[in-house]
Ligand binder design. Structure first.
Ligand SMILES: *Cc1c(COP(=O)(O)O)cnc(C)c1O
Length: 400
C-alpha cells in the first residue's frame, strides 16, 4: 500500500514532507503572543492610519472580503501543500468550482467537462454557463489523450474530476495535460477525493486544482469551505474573478478549515486503511457484483491510480447484484453506524444509494444492479463490518 510518505514534494518545498507542512504552514506563534494557533479575525472594515495609506492601499489588509490573517493562514497552508502560486478560499466547494470556470470563459467559448463530474458542477454548466453563452461538451472520463479530438478553436477549459466521486473512473491526467498544454487550453481539476496529500495535481500538469474543503480538509462535517489553487500562469485569472464576484469564506469556517487541516494526514491514513479493508471485504460478499475503488487491483484504472496517486481516501461505491428497492431500503434503513446523507470527508461513516444512469450524456453507465456509495469513517473497522453484515442479512431476508 502506498501512502503519502512517498509524496515528498521536496523539489518545491525544500526537504519538508506534506505531513510536516500541514503542522507548520500558516502559523506564526510569535506573532500571536506565543499561542500555538492564530486567532479568528472577524472583520469587514480595516482602518488606514493616513490619507496616503488609504489612497495607495498600502497595507497587507484593506477590507474583510479581500482577506484577513485567518484566511491568509489557511490559503497559504493549502498553497504550500499544492505547490501552487496562489490559493483563494471560497464559502463552499461548489463556489470554488464555479469560480474556476468563470475565471476563464466568456460568451462564445466552449468547455469540455468529464461525464463523471459532480452533479452540481454539471447543473452549473447546463444552466448558468449556457445562459452566458458558454457551451459545454461532456467527455468520456476514459478519453485520456483522445480528448484532443474534442478540442475546438474556442475551447478554453478542460474540467476533470478524478476519480469521479460517484462512479470512480480514474482519468489519465498527464495525458490530458499534454494535450491542453499543446493546445493552450486551461486544465482544471476537482481534486477533492484525493485531497492535496494524495494527488499532486499541479505537478501532473493541472493549472487549477479545486477542493471542496468541506470534505476532508474541514474533516468534521461542521463547516462549508472551498479552495482554488492556481499555478503561476492561472493565478491572475483566479484572483481577478474572485475579486469581481465578491467571493469570500466566513471567518469561523476558515478557522475550522485550519483546525481540520492540522490532522488531515493522520485522519486520511485511517480513512484509507479502513476503506480498503472494507472494500476488499465487500468484494468477497455474495450480494456484491463489483466494488468501485481505485485502490483495488480489480478497478479498471487501478494502474493510473498507482502511477499518479500516493493514496486513497475513504470514499468508494459498490454495485449490488440485482435486488429490489425494498431490499436495499431494508439494508440501509437499519444501519446503526452508517448515516445517510450527502457530503463526506468527516470522521463519520456514511452511505447513500445513487443512480448515475440518470445524468450521463456522453457515456452509458449501466451497472448490474443498485449502486451504493460509502464513506468509511473513523469508527472501528470491525464494528463497521458487523453493521454492514447485519444490513446484508436484512437485504437477504427482504429479498426472499
Ligand atoms: C461536495 C463536493 C463539491 C461541492 O462542495 P460543497 O462544499 O458541498 O459546495 C464539489 N466537488 C466534489 C467532488 C464534491 O464531492
Amino acid at each position: 500500500m502506498t501512502t503519502n510518505d512517498s509524496g515528498d514534494r521536496g523539489d518545491r518545498h525544500g526537504p519538508r514532507r506534506p505531513a510536516t507542512i500541514i503542522v507548520h504552514a500558516g502559523r506564526d506563534p510569535r506573532a500571536n503572543h506565543g499561542f500555538v494557533n492564530p486567532p479568528v479575525y472577524r472583520g469587514s472594515t480595516v482602518l488606514f492610519p493616513t490619507v496616503a495609506a488609504l489612497k495607495s492601499y498600502d497595507q497587507p489588509y484593506t477590507y474583510g472580503r479581500r482577506g484577513t490573517p485567518t484566511v491568509t493562514a489557511l490559503a497559504d497552508a493549502i498553497r504550500q501543500l499544492e505547490g501552487g502560486d496562489k490559493t483563494v478560499l471560497t464559502a463552499s466547494g461548489l463556489e470554488a468550482v464555479t469560480l474556476s470556470l468563470l475565471a476563464f470563459v466568456e460568451s462564445g467559448d466552449h468547455i469540455l467537462v468529464t461525464d463523471s463530474v459532480y452533479q452540481p458542477t454539471r447543473r452549473f454548466c447546463d444552466n448558468m454557463l449556457q445562459r452566458l453563452g458558454v457551451e459545454t461538451t461532456y467527455y468520456d472520463p476514459l478519453a485520456g489523450a483522445d480528448i484532443a479530438r474534442l478540442i475546438r478553436p474556442n475551447t478554453r477549459v478542460v474540467f476533470t474530476e478524478s476519480p469521479g466521486s460517484q462512479t470512480f473512473e480514474m482519468q489519465d491526467i498527464p495525458a490530458i495535460a499534454q494535450v491542453t498544454q499543446q493546445r493552450g487550453v486551461w486544465l482544471v481539476m476537482d481534486n477533492t477525493w484525493a485531497t492535496p496529500l494524495y494527488f499532486d495535481a499541479l505537478a501532473h500538469g493541472v493549472d487549477v486544482s479545486v477542493h471542496a474543503a468541506t470534505k476532508y480538509i474541514v474533516g468534521h462535517a461542521d463547516a462549508m469551505l472551498g479552495a482554488v489553487t492556481a499555478n503561476a500562469r492561472a493565478a491572475r485569472h483566479i484572483e481577478r474573478a474572485k475579486d469581481a464576484l465578491g467571493l469570500c469564506p466566513g471567518s469561523e469556517e476558515t478557522y475550522l478549515g485550519l483546525r481540520g487541516l492540522r490532522t488531515l494526514d493522520v485522519r486520511l491514513e485511517r480513512h484509507q486503511a479502513q476503506a480498503l479493508d472494507i472494500a476488499r471485504w465487500l468484494e468477497a460478499r455474495p450480494e456484491v457484483a463489483s466494488v468501485l475503488h481505485p485502490g483495488l487491483p480489480s478497478h479498471p484504472q487501478h494502474t493510473i491510480w498507482r502511477r499518479d496517486f500516493t493514496g486513497a481516501s475513504g470514499l468508494f461505491s459498490i454495485v449490488l447484484k440485482p435486488v429490489s428497492d425494498a431490499a436495499v431500503a431494508a439494508m440501509l434503513d437499519g444501519l446503526e453506524l452508517f448515516g445517510m446523507g450527502f457530503s463526506w470527508g468527516g470522521y463519520e461513516s456514511l452511505v447513500i444509494p445513487f443512480d448515475a444512469r440518470a445524468y450521463r450524456t456522453a457515456t452509458t453507465w449501466a451497472p448490474a444492479g443498485p449502486t451504493l456509495r460509502f464513506h468509511i469513517g473513523l469508527d472501528h473497522v470491525d464494528d463497521l463490518k458487523a453493521d454492514l453484515a447485519a444490513g446484508f442479512d436484512r437485504l437477504n431476508a427482504t429479498k426472499a
